[in-house]
Design a protein around this ligand. Structure first.
Ligand code: GDP
Ligand code: MN
Length: 442
């Protein structure tokens, strides 16, 4: 779950990270009042859970309360990358001399938290990461020892910081790391961390992304979840405990198990289709949960076909079938469906689905091919059976032709036409070589 800038900065402040004074407003009038209270030049900032607000016109500096009101009126209701701005943060404006990037992130490959920093911070940091990655300094943090002073000093010097800034930077980096750990976050980021005209460090922007699997330990954070920032499908999926991620393809997939779901998506791609979502109904899903999953899939207007791939283990196929029938009674649909149902109670499951208008498949390959064809509005044409080998009538012709084929596939570069004797030798030698390999392997 992403936290808003103002929430992230409030958390940062608890860890001793300096942030500007400011408050959140829901109306232009409130923004004016806050600006008047602050009594200084302010910056009015859209609070939406996407990056790049500055470039989208969602961050405006205002010299007077009236200007703040005007800026807020412009920003509130603005659409930034598909999200409507409903709140603005009115912060005391900073006198920015320089913008630094500072972030801590879980680095799965290294199984550590990585601290990243760059003197080329600000709005173009993604561009810097792509074109000049050497400008980003990285430090791995040992989970047992934590962030050490020598590490933060090293980074501070690399950023060109001087005097008190080096010590202050150390405190900020440590605070950020502790905030990441305490919030069970996967990312905590300050971009920009600015150097002000007075040479002080100040966190002007903030971002925290928490790990949803740990949210049960953070009821206070979970309660602040911004429902506006979630699609209705996502919040519905969360309510039923479904792992659902919307994608932009045409084939809705309902699968039990994350690994099977990924495999299903891969196979759909392999046969030229594109998945509309990732959806894992989990183990032992009830009919209600299955029905919710199907409703969510069918609510996506891009979905042109649905592929249900259920491998019954703990999950019972009859329970899944009941859920499908239940969902179809609630949301009648013309979208073609293909179901592959194998495992526990598959017979019962098939019997329940017998009346429903669905194609069935016995293998995932067949199911994926049928779903891809259905999404394109075509009928599924089974692939032709492999063509039988046709031998010439002459007695010698057959083995020769076979030998040639074998050698050709192994060694396509062979230019000289090999004599028959040589070919036979080559083919005959192969199994011997294999045996030898096996022996050494044992
Ligand atoms: P983002 O674009 O969504 O990352 O939003 P930021 O909060 O990072 O703001 C974007 C840019 O606006 C920053 O990189 C700054 O250049 C500028 N900005 C933000 N706050 C202030 C401020 O208080 N004073 C000034 N002068 N510029 C600011
Ligand atoms: Mn930023």
């Amino acid at each position: 779950m992403k936290l808003h800038e103002y929430q992230s900065k409030q958390i940062f402040a608890r860890y001793g990270i300096p942030i500007p004074r400011g408050k959140v407003a829901g109306t232009a009038d409130e923004a004016r009042q806050i600006a008047a209270e602050l009594g200084k030049r302010v910056v009015v900032k859209s609070q939406v859970l996407v990056g790049g607000r500055g470039k989208a016109g969602g961050v405006k500096v205002a010299n007077t309360p009236d200007e703040a009101e005007q800026a807020a009126a412009k920003i509130l209701g603005m659409n930034i990358k598909g999200l409507t701005v409903r709140k603005v943060l009115v912060d005391e404006a900073a006198d920015i001399q320089h913008e630094i990037y500072l972030g801590v992130v879980i680095n799965r490959a290294a199984r550590r938290v990585t601290l990243m920093a760059s003197a080329a911070g600000g709005m173009d940091i993604e561009q810097v990461a792509r074109t000049a990655p050497e400008k980003i300094i990285q430090v791995l943090i040992d989970p047992f020892i934590g962030l050490r002073d020598y590490q933060t000093r090293h980074v501070a010097f690399a950023l060109g910081l001087k005097g008190d800034q080096v010590r202050d930077f150390g405190a900020i980096a440590n605070g950020l790391y502790k905030a990441l750990l305490d919030c069970d976050a996967s990312l905590a980021e300050i971009n920009p961390l600015v150097i002000t005209g007075e040479g002080k460090l100040l966190a002007v922007d903030g971002k925290i992304v928490t790990d949803d699997n740990a949210l049960f330990r953070h009821q206070d954070l979970a309660a602040t979840r911004d429902a506006d920032e979630e699609t209705s499908s996502e919040s519905e999926a969360r309510k039923f405990g479904l792992s659902y991620i919307q994608l932009d393809g045409q084939i809705g997939c309902m699968v039990n198990g994350a690994g099977l779901a990924m495999t299903t998506m891969d196979i759909v791609k392999l046969f030229g289709g594109s998945p509309a979502n990732f959806l894992d109904i989990g183990g032992g899903a009830s009919a209600d949960k299955v029905a919710a999953a199907l409703r969510i899939i069918l609510s996506d207007p891009n979905v042109k076909a649905v592929l249900l791939n259920i491998f019954g283990g703990i999950t019972r196929c009859d329970e899944v079938a009941k859920g499908i029938v239940q969902a179809l009674a609630q949301v009648p649909t013309q979208v073609p469906m293909v179901v592959r149902l194998v495992g526990t109670n598959e017979e019962e499951g098939r019997a329940i689905l017998a009346g429903a208008a669905m194609q069935t498949a016995s293998t995932l390959v067949e199911a994926a091919q049928k779903a891809v064809a259905a999404a394109k509005g075509k009928d599924y044409v089974p692939p032709p059976p492999p063509s039988p080998v046709v031998y010439k009538s002459s007695k010698q012709a057959a083995p020769q032709a076979e030998a040639k084929v074998k050698v050709k596939t192994k060694k396509p570069i062979a230019k000289k036409p090999a004599s028959k004797a040589k070919l036979v030798k080559k083919v005959a030698r192969k199994p011997v070589a294999k045996k030898a390999v096996k022996k050494t392997a044992q």
